[in-house]
Design a binder for this molecule. Structure first.
Ligand code: GTP
Ligand code: ZN
Length: 342
């Protein structure tokens, strides 16, 4: 299970943020952010790559003055992770001209945080991407053989972070994915099929425009092929080359940001582990709005697992009130919860 254990930390933010698993989290995954009213002259930008303490930031996004600037972090932020997708405030020389360096003095409040633990039992969690709103889960119909449990884990991570999952099944020219996809039929997830003979670039584009989408997938599933088709000039894409040092970066970068229309797709070639030790089961339930409503009648502390006594969801399903679809949704929900315990 190499994807569980190969931690590719080369280019990752070295400052893991330590947070108690049980930290009160009333507003989802919003992270704490220091507000510093000084630096009133700061400009705002979007972090699109992180490389050994240097941040590439897009300033003036979508304006005629749009440009890239390189930044370091202010010392007061040294214990906080700054990640791809963060909106940050910069001071100093933000011109982006060769040799200039600005300074990140503030991380703006994040709308979402995609995290992973180093492994399932690890208390240390790292933030992979901030402010994304969708997750594109790429899985091949064959070669490599698709594994439902792996997709379950991605789904759990997406639901936990409050990202809308989209499944793209590739290599449909090699095998019929119908049976595999039946695993996810009860979930409210958009599925797109892609094959060498027919790449649904327009269909996927329509799903990506206006969003920030994190692309995840096991090595060899065809994620790069897909991203390249979506972003024709991917080789010159933002984040490939460090503007200041000129170093090629694709060897060690854990994320690469590409623009799609007014949205972003963030590839995660360096993210090989997706531990779920930090995941709160309540966040999974929240993504099953129909079941979450019923769960209000569950006994306190109900796990909603098959062995849970007096689980209201299970009782309603058993009584046939939710129909066959409801039974399948409970199955899927329990399967996702089980992947946390696995
Ligand atoms: N038959 C078939 N082959 C495909 C398809 N998409 C990609 N491939 C092939 O699958 C192989 C892996 O594709 P990549 O795009 O490099 O896969 P990846 O997911 O980016 O893998 P890593 O680079 O290891 O992360 C390549 O040889 C592709 O040509 C497809 O739809 N059908
Ligand atoms: Zn219950």
């Amino acid at each position: 299970m190499s994807w569980l254990t190969d931690v590719d930390d080369d280019d990752e933010d070295k400052y893991a943020d330590y947070e108690a698993k049980s930290r009160p989290n009333p507003k989802g995954n919003r992270a704490r952010t220091k507000i510093r009213p000084e630096h009133g002259d700061a400009v705002t930008g979007r972090v699109f790559t992180v490389d050994r303490g240097r941040y590439s930031v897009l300033v003036g996004e979508g304006t005629p003055d749009e440009h890239e600037a390189t930044a370091s972090r202010a010392s007061e932020l040294r214990k906080q992770a700054i990640v791809t997708g963060d909106l940050v405030d910069l001071v100093g020389d933000t011109s982006g001209e060769t040799g200039t360096l600005s300074r990140i003095v503030r991380i703006q409040p994040r709308t979402t945080v995609l995290r992973r633990s180093a492994d399932d039992s690890d208390e240390v969690e790292r933030i992979i991407v901030a402010n994304a709103d969708q997750m594109l889960i790429v899985v091949a119909a064959a070669n490599p053989e698709p594994r439902p449990r792996l997709v379950d884990r991605y789904l759990v991570a997406a639901f936990d972070a409050g990202l809308k999952p989209i499944i793209c099944i590739t290599k449909t020219d090699l095998a019929d994915p119908t049976e595999f996809l039946a695993n996810f039929a009860a979930l409210d997830v958009t599925v797109v099929r892609s094959g060498a003979d027919a790449m649904p670039t327009e269909e996927i584009m329509a799903l990506l425009v206006g969003h920030t989408t994190v692309a995840v997938g096991h090595s060899g599933v065809g994620k790069s092929t897909l991203v390249n088709a979506l972003v024709p000039d991917a080789n010159r894409a933002i984040g490939r080359v460090n503007a200041v040092t000129g170093r090629g970066r694709h060897t060690s970068s854990s994320t690469i940001s590409y623009r799609v229309g007014d949205g972003w797709i963030i590839d995660t070639p360096g993210v090989r582990s997706f531990g779920l030790g930090h995941v709160n089961p309540e966040n999974i339930l929240r993504s099953f709005t129909d079941l979450a409503k019923i769960a209000e009648d569950c006994p306190r502390g109900c796990t909603h697992l098959p062995d849970a006594p007096d689980c209201a969801i299970a009782e309603r399903v058993e009584a046939g009130e939710l129909g066959e679809a409801g039974a399948l949704r409970l199955d899927s929900f329990q399967r996702l919860l089980a992947s946390l315990a696995a």
